[in-house]
Design a protein around this ligand. Sequence first.
Ligand SMILES: NC(=O)c1ccc[n+]([C@@H]2O[C@H](COP(=O)([O-])OP(=O)(O)OC[C@H]3O[C@@H](n4cnc5c(N)ncnc54)[C@H](O)[C@@H]3O)[C@@H](O)[C@H]2O)c1
Length: 384
Amino acid sequence: MADSILDRFKEADEVEASVDTGKKVKIGIIGTGWIAEAHVKNYLRCPDVEIVAAADLVPGKAEKFCKDNGIDGIRLYPDHKSMIDAEELDAVSVCTYNRTHAECSIYALEHGVNVLLEKPMCVTLDEAVEIIKAEKKSGKILSIGFQPRFDENMKMLKAVVESGELGQIYYIQTGGGRRRGIPTPYGTSFIEDKTAGLGALADIGCYSLDMVLNAIGYPKPLTVSGYTSAFFGKDPGYYPTHPEYAKVFGVDDFAAAFIRLEGGIVLDFRISWAMNMDTAGDTLILGTKAGLRIPSTECWNGSIGGPLKIYKTLAGSEVETEIPKRTNKEDNFYNKIRLFVDAVKYGKPAPVPSSQILYNQAIIDGIARSAKAGKEIVLDIPEV
Ligand SMILES: NC(=O)c1ccc[n+]([C@@H]2O[C@H](COP(=O)([O-])OP(=O)(O)OC[C@H]3O[C@@H](n4cnc5c(N)ncnc54)[C@H](O)[C@@H]3O)[C@@H](O)[C@H]2O)c1
């Protein structure tokens, strides 16, 4: 591979070289659950950031959270609206469950506050469109929380595709999936319809989609034939210590789909929180000149499980080239936070733009709707 391509990975992420602490970026945290911890931990690493407020619907939760996470004494609110109304915030982290992503983000943007929104962007395509309308109207930054984007191996994958080494890409298989991994360590917010809205399909399916769609430049999705099921989530036997979880399980634990993308590419997608199989296979990108294998991981969370491998024919022989796994200079989650803060401070583009994730959400929404309808559907994605 050309040195110019490899050299791109020696460069650090595009974070500002020095941090101007003259004016602190004032942050509010919306939702003080599991993932909010990672946001706080990484904001605290930024000397130019001040976490000034936090909000949670559950009485007493934000207070305990702040004590546990070293931000005791900041102002606390019972919901996102009261916090945004009362504070002069530069930005919020929306760390709520999926069902409230849209209302929290839209309210913040409408009040001139920049937003770092956790993945998945939201539950439905309609919500995504409304969020982007609010973003456009506000002129503020909206970045979606896909930290695997900042992984060096993920960047390598994108660069391999962009190098043209694979030729014309025509088929992609995404293989993320867990044998046993319904996320209930902190209760049921991932598995109830009223909080999560969608299950594995959105929770980790969004990562699989972003991995490959970001690599190929996010072509527009055209049609989707989707399937979802929930055999494990609804089985009391799945949860030896919490059989009652089966009763409230209202989302999918497995999804599969066949998606047609603009440019004649087809995407064969499967994702699982639970299945009777160790892996749904590796991610494969097939091109006319070469194929690329991206090893899956045991607990699928959007990361790459091993060295990328390129398969091609060279001088008449079938050859494989392994690209050694790269180590990150910086934590991916820190980069997600730091690059968002830089975008807010210096008016840079959103690190993970909503215009791309709109297509990710359109596919997720399309799979859910197609599964319900039991047939292929044409995606109608509004221009926003
Ligand atoms: N990027 C990652 O690696 C990663 C990892 C885990 C979760 N997540 C995402 O983060 C989100 C939250 O997940 P979690 O595990 O922290 O959930 P959680 O249920 O532990 O916490 C969510 C919190 O948001 C609060 N909340 C909901 N609506 C609110 C509102 N309007 N105002 C104030 N508080 C509100 C809830 O009361 C709850 O305490 C999910 O969308 C999930 O997909 C991302």
